[in-house]
Design a binder for this molecule. Sequence first.
Ligand SMILES: Cc1cc2nc3c(=O)[nH]c(=O)nc-3n(C[C@H](O)[C@H](O)[C@H](O)COP(=O)(O)OP(=O)(O)OC[C@H]3O[C@@H](n4cnc5c(N)ncnc54)[C@H](O)[C@@H]3O)c2cc1C
Length: 530
Amino acid sequence: MSKISELSDSNKNVSRRGFLKGAAMAAASGSIIPNSKTTKPVGPEISKTTNLSADICVIGGAGAGLIAAARAVEAGVKNVIVLEKMKQPGGCTQVGVAGMFSIESPVQKRQGIKGSADEFYKHHMDMHSWYCDAKLVRNWYTTTGSVVDWLEKKGVEFGEATAFPYEKFTAAYHWAKNGMFGKVVVEAMLKYLKANGVEVRTNTRATKLITNVNGDVTGIEATSGDEKLRISAKAVILGTGSISGNKKLRARFYPGEDMSNVYIMGAQPFATGDGLIMAEEIGAASTHISTLFIGPHGHNTNESTGTLARRPNLIKVNRLGHRFVDEAIVVTREFYSWMNCLAVDRQPDKVCYVLIDEATLRKFQKENKSMGAFEMFGGPNWLADLDKGIPEEASKGRAKIANTWNEIAKYIGCDPETLKNTIAQYNSYCTNKYDAEFLKDPEHLLPLTTPPYYAIQGYSGIDTCIGGIRTNHNLEVVNKKFNPIKGLYAAGVAVGNWLSIGYGPFGSCFSFTTFSGYVAGSNAAKFVLG
Ligand SMILES: Cc1cc2nc3c(=O)[nH]c(=O)nc-3n(C[C@H](O)[C@H](O)[C@H](O)COP(=O)(O)OP(=O)(O)OC[C@H]3O[C@@H](n4cnc5c(N)ncnc54)[C@H](O)[C@@H]3O)c2cc1C
């Protein structure tokens, strides 16, 4: 019973939400969240032990791990073994990743797109208040362009870089020419590894790092069915992905947080933080977890309603009937703030209500204009689909259509006078073209005057949890004194310290994943080859 194979088959088209629905279904089946020590293999009794040896053993056969393995082979390492615990390689990368951020890439150079790594780096560090590893982030921004070059040389065909999600941004989002980007990258890496005689051992779960008396990593233990593998290796690279699907780790990294209204999309059966658990067992330091939110449409609204809820012109109120955010930051800030989701996460019950009136809804439909690439997730006719989409959500209690603000207030559960004051105040901002509260760009100020009024419910939703393992800028895992643990590297979203609370430019996760896989593979190869 392999959930990942089902998901990858159902995800041939770029349907992020389709994947998310798949993830939700798997979660509902109860198979997602392991309930005991995650690195302990669940399965048949061990009946035999096999000893193997490798120069480098890579744990995790997805974006980070496969890139690290390919890079190590290319650098001259002869004996590389990749372990993947699922039936098929690919992880989140294969089923979720639509594209990646890069700057100063050959794709952009061919298109004549300007934008510098220095400028993006400065912005990143300022935005994250330098609450991340400045050298690691510097390394990422200055290397991501050449990683795209390397991926192209490994057979990944890129389409045009686009301004994503909205037109005002630098065209720094990189897509595959044909197909889902993550899948294309995984296939290119598997092809390269196969051509170079590297086997990806699927259904094989790493369980424990082996160390010598000095604490250096000298191998890994793993299980595959009833077989125990003891693999001695000169270096181990952890590309084990997120902790999103591990309830215990989530409780540790989000202490005191009530997650009942949070929809965790990346809670995949493989995203159990095994790399972090194994590294900590041998004394590695951990980092904070950064969270990639994609709310406020945490609960699965239909595509058209979810797309409408992200438009900058609508207003968002909380359970008390107050506005709490500049709703337009989604289109006006290059470092996109994930649909106001950080702000939604801070509201009572982590819930918001997105409000629109009849006049604006019909205006949008009449104009029938896209505001940017992100709206492709709504489908080609999403504006027309709203006529069915909103009533469908209303029938499920996730939206309300009403002729008075009193009825909307009742639905929200707030004081009607407070809500009416909020609307009156907002309408005055629209008249004056000045949002005295949150300085929303006047271009996006549209009043709410014509009934019926619509309220769409939105929750906080976590896309994935990033980090846990602490490395230095060379992707060497460090101990609690921040000295490298010899022979141990990590890559991908298992690695933290490159974000604080928010995110970077769109596609930062896979940008960091490809960069860190590439660098961990290069540095492990250097270490092994001497
Ligand atoms: C729905 C969704 C959509 C996303 N879309 C994007 C996007 O468009 N752009 C973007 O930049 N980012 C996106 N991301 C973030 C994405 O997760 C990362 O960009 C990237 O895929 C992480 O790659 P990874 O190799 O670190 O982890 P993964 O791809 O999750 O791979 C980890 C692998 O390690 C294996 N593994 C774990 N433990 C063990 C063990 N003990 N032994 C053996 N194998 C093990 C797992 O089975 C898995 O195959 C998305 C995430 C989600 C959840």
